[in-house]
Design a protein around this ligand. Sequence first.
Ligand SMILES: Cc1cc(N2CCCCCC2)n2ncc(-c3ccc(F)cc3)c2n1
Length: 256
Amino acid sequence: MEAKSVFSNKKDTNTEQKLDMDRIPAHIAIIMDGNGRWAQARHLPRVAGHKQGMQTVKKVTIAASDLGVKVLSLYAFSTENWKRPATEVNYLMQLPIRFFKTFVPDLVKHNVKVMVMGDITRLPAETQQAVKDAIKDTADCDGMILNFALNYGSRDEITRAVQAIATAAQDGQLDPTTITEQTISDHLMSSPLGELADPDLLIRTSGEERISNFMLWQIAYSELEFVPEHWPDFDGEALKRAIIGFQGRHRRFGGL
Ligand SMILES: Cc1cc(N2CCCCCC2)n2ncc(-c3ccc(F)cc3)c2n1
């Protein structure tokens, strides 16, 4: 059957690059980098980049949902981000609240379910409540899952999984000789995603080629796309270009 396709209207492609709508990656993860540099280039405070980055979250969420992506994971706040200046951390902690107040009705309209990975107990109470409200208000949606990584770090996630597995073994609830890769996957924060837990495609914006402690276990077989746009400049067309890059590769899952 001829694959449905959508031409990328970006004029700088020198070949006819088509988006194969029958091979959209089920799970896309994005490291949303470049917000501070975007602001700096415009002689604006760093928080202006975060504010514009929030608008990009809304735009890209709808674009991904419309393309048929099943899970979109976004690295919103890492366990390392607490080291940033208090003024910036305080601003960032307000963003989930603003997101809830301004965007949840749109998410429901697009049947998008909010999920969060990370230790939210360390967040300010108001931020925690906004996150819980976003999860509650979208719980009945069964379309794309918008999975925010918030106060998340992959090494922290793996450490917590090892602790839980060791405790179960110590309590006689788990025979250590039966531990498999699936046992570890089942104890990660991504486990509610089930078969969709592992990203097919990881995108990092702003040209940096680092993983930065994001979903280290889950991206074992992911395709990686490092794109030049700062996150505030990323959009639906840039998302299509990244997916076209993904579709252009033969995926081996370690085989031939
Ligand atoms: C801390 C933080 C920062 C944050 N940025 C905006 C995007 C650019 C990168 C970092 C700054 N965004 N964007 C959305 C959320 C969010 C998180 C959980 C939730 F339930 C609803 C919204 C968010 N949270």
